[in-house]
Design a protein around this ligand. Structure first.
Ligand SMILES: Nc1ncnc2c1ncn2[C@@H]1O[C@H](COP(=O)(O)OP(=O)(O)OP(=O)(O)O)[C@@H](O)[C@H]1O
Ligand SMILES: Cc1ncc(COP(=O)(O)O)c(N)n1
Length: 263
């Protein structure tokens, strides 16, 4: 049986992040990918030129179509744009019997806002409590909790501040710190440090989406959270190492790096 994984996220016309990154990751990791589109962005390697949210009923209808007929073994959320969409998706997740990986996408790599400031409170109080794993980057940690991380030691304080909102596990992504690419996974009692060499590659568009979708794919296959996160980190590290120059700015990671390595 091939597990079904659902992404609830925004479309990236450039194909490097969002829904497109999620579905490519799912194909590469051997699960069946499905999508609920929350917003459409006009986006490329230079930034986000425009963004349009879908009506909340369109998001609910897509979700119900997939879950009620096909069924899901894991869900991943990404760009949710507004408080109304965050709250609707949190309610849908709460009624779904599958693990949820919540990537609380706030700002794109180019600094374009992908979430209204008025939605932050709904992320804290409605979305994070229904997450099996929340995967904020350091900017999102600062936005959501006020904790600013400038060194590896401070990742622990960031994790505690996010866990206080109720996700079962948190993976704090230290990709924006200098030095090794170090992330901290914890549920408040166990700690797992995930360390990979930093690849000196500026083509890192979509790393966060790719990592969260890879975790959801592992959970859908029945792996534990630490096992799924460890495998996902290996996949994203290889994808960053192979990332390619596309357009005039920050190119995408290579979701197909394992196929090419084996070709
Ligand atoms: N240059 C790099 N080399 C190796 N790993 C990296 C690099 N940059 C980021 N990572 C890893 O990629 C994953 C995503 O981390 P990052 O902090 O970039 O997330 P993000 O900012 O949410 O990504 P996104 O660009 O999708 O918003 C983490 O496991 C991080 O350690
Ligand atoms: C639709 C969508 N979702 C998520 C991201 C974050 O990815 P990045 O930080 O690499 O720009 C994005 N740029 N676009």
């Amino acid at each position: 049986m091939i597990p079904n994984v659902l992404t609830v996220a925004g479309s990236d016309s450039g194909g490097g992040a969002g829904i497109q990154a999620d579905l490519k990751t799912m194909l590469a990791l051997g699960v069946h990918g499905m999508s609920v589109v929350t917003a459409v962005t006009a986006q490329n390697s230079l930034g986000v030129q425009g963004a349009w949210e879908l009506p909340v009923e369109a998001v609910r209808a897509q979700y119900r179509s997939v879950v009620d007929d096909i069924g899901v073994q894991a869900v991943k959320t990404g760009m949710l744009a507004s408080a109304e969409l965050v709250e609707a998706v949190a309610e849908l997740l709460a009624g779904t019997d599958a693990p949820a990986v919540v990537d609380p996408v706030g700002v794109s790599k180019h600094g374009d806002s992908l979430l209204a400031a008025s939605a932050l409170d709904s992320v804290r109080t409605r979305l994070l409590p229904v997450a099996t794993v929340a995967t904020p980057n350091l900017d999102e940690v600062a936005q959501l909790t006020g904790v600013r991380v400038e060194s590896e030691e401070e990742l622990r304080r960031a994790a505690a501040a996010v866990l206080a909102y109720g996700p079962r596990w948190v993976l704090i992504k230290g990709g924006h710190l200098p030095g090794d690419a170090v992330d901290l996974l914890t549920d408040g009692s166990e700690e797992h440090w995930l360390r990979a060499p930093r690849h000196d590659n500026r083509h890192t568009h979509g790393t966060g989406c790719t990592l969260a979708s890879a975790i959801a794919s592992g959970l859908a296959k029945g792996r534990s959270v630490p096992e799924a996160v460890t495998a996902a980190k290996q996949y994203v590290t290889g994808a960053v190492a192979a990332g390619f120059a596309l357009g005039g700015g920050i190119g995408p990671v290579d979701h197909g790096w394992r196929f090419r390595a084996g070709a």
